[in-house]
Design a binder for this molecule. Structure first.
Ligand code: ARG
Length: 464
């Protein structure tokens, strides 16, 4: 590709080591698409005749057809990618195209540089990866909202400081994750919009030396427009940074979900029975059923975070414009895309198959004075200042602990000794239903608010 200026051959170990083809072979579809778009642009500039353009396009299609990327083989390197001396995907396509159409292939590189090619290929790759991730997230969202609908009026304790706080609807708890997913989708869609610009025509650094109409390639590849600055375009990897960062944030959300389910499946909580189809036994302890899926997901979120910091570290401190360091950015991007595809390949079905132990949840949510807040609210509705109400209910809770009774088992005369504001209607104000329904605000766990939130979540995800 660049042998003209050199007298000495490359050190063979170095030559082998600096290749990116063992990694970037999977950009073949993007490289072919970008090459076809570039061919159209140079044809419009008079470098190729209409007949040559047709030959070139046919040759590029054949390169793609002869070297299939099997979706089902995932990250495995196909045989064609092992048996070659190509330095990188750009070199590979040039070699293969020469086999197809002979010397005409050499004209393809007119007016372009590998620096703009790799930037274009990576943008195309990430665009697809974002689309696939959003599809997967929609499935997971759907699983969660279905589970929420099925949970009806069942309750679970909410926790603060991992201490039981107040009862909430199981649906309310599940919809918390639906909210996170919606933010993740919007972040990814936003990153997609910002990254959807075409570097082709930027040349090696200063812009193409040919009077190219850059809008031709941009349009052909469904980019919004050509990038506005050639130095930025050839060295910008913000779209890779944003992509890996979006996935790192998503990984954090998924990891929190995984952590909660791991905890809730323990005998100590007993809120759910792990689906056997997604759990494993222990080779040593016959009684065990282990939460491998949620544990692995929690572990994999570490990779997503690591990849985001790898890309950030790579870019930080690079002078403009292209530097070979940037080649190292491909692996973390591919790994994040593969990792999230793997997770979202199992998480929706796993979520859908969760079986909750609503009895245990209800017992946990109705013992331990989780209605104390509702009790204080009752007093404050009677005109007792909230600080005072808090103290009075605190005294009632202490009495309950000492005599091993919940608040609803303390008699009215006993309560009235603590405050004359207590009346017969107190007991109706601290039932489970009342405890839920007193949170009657947008985003609160009152039953009709949660029903509304569920409807809204379902319609938002459809319109995103
Ligand atoms: N394989 C290179 C990469 O991934 C392609 C660009 C090479 N450009 C260069 N000037 N050596 O970054």
């Amino acid at each position: 590709m660049w042998s003209g200026r050199f007298c000495e051959p490359l050190n063979s170990a170095f030559e082998e080591w600096q290749r990116s083809f063992p990694i970037d072979w999977r950009l073949l579809p993007q490289e072919v698409a970008a090459s076809k778009a570039h061919a159209r642009a140079i044809a419009a500039a008079g470098i190729l005749t209409e007949a040559e353009l047709i030959t070139m396009h046919g040759g590029l299609d054949a390169v793609l057809a002869n070297n299939p990327l099997h979706a089902e083989t995932g990250g495995f390197t196909p045989t064609w990618a092992k048996a070659t001396n190509a330095e990188d995907i750009h070199h590979f396509v040039e070699l293969e195209l020469t086999k197809q159409i002979g010397d005409l292939a050499l004209k393809l590189h007119t007016g372009r540089s590998r620096n703009e090619q790799i930037a274009t290929d990576m943008r195309l790759f990430i665009r697809d990866a974002i689309d696939n991730t959003i599809v997967g997230l929609r499935h997971w969202h759907e699983s969660l909202t279905t589970l929420a609908a099925e949970a009806g009026d069942n309750v679970i304790p909410s926790y603060t400081h991992l201490q039981r706080a107040e009862p909430v609807l199981v649906a309310h708890w599940l919809l918390a994750y639906a909210s996170m997913i919606e933010r993740d989708c919007s972040r990814l869609a936003d990153a997609r919009r910002r990254g959807n610009y075409c570097p082709l025509g930027s040349g090696a650094v200063a812009g193409a030396t040919l009077a190219l109409d850059r809008t031709i390639a941009a349009r052909e590849l469904q980019f919004t427009a050509p990038t506005p600055n050639s130095m930025d375009a050839t060295s910008d990897r913000d779209f890779m940074l944003e992509f890996t960062q979006c996935l790192a944030t998503l990984g954090i959300h998924i990891s929190r979900f995984a952590e909660e389910l791991t905890l809730y499946s323990t005998a100590e909580f007993g809120f759910l029975d792990l689906p056997e189809a997604f759990s494993t036994g222990s080779s040593a302890m016959p009684q065990k059923k282990n939460p491998d899926l949620t544990e692995l997901i929690r572990g994999k979120s570490g990779r997503l975070l690591g990849n985001a910091s790898a890309v950030a570290t790579l870019i930080k401190g690079l002078p403009l414009a292209y530097n070979k360091d940037l080649q190292e950015g491909q692996e973390p991007v591919f790994d994040s895309a593969d990792t999230i595809a793997g997770i979202l390949g199992v998480l929706p079905a796993f979520t859908r198959s969760l079986k909750f132990n609503f009895e245990r949840m209800r017992t946990a949510a109705t013992t331990g004075y989780l209605n104390a807040m509702a009790a204080a609210t009752y007093l404050s509705n009677k005109g007792v200042p909230f600080r005072k109400a808090h103290e009075i209910v605190g005294n009632a809770v202490r009495l309950g602990i000492e005599t091993e009774r919940e608040l609803d088992a303390i008699t009215l005369p006993e309560l009235q000794q603590l405050s004359p504001a207590f009346g017969e209607d107190f007991f109706a104000a601290i039932t489970l239903e009342a405890t839920l329904d007193c949170h009657d605000v947008i985003g609160g766990t009152a039953r009709h608010r949660v029903a509304e939130a569920l409807r809204a979540a379902r319609s938002r995800i459809q319109s995103e």
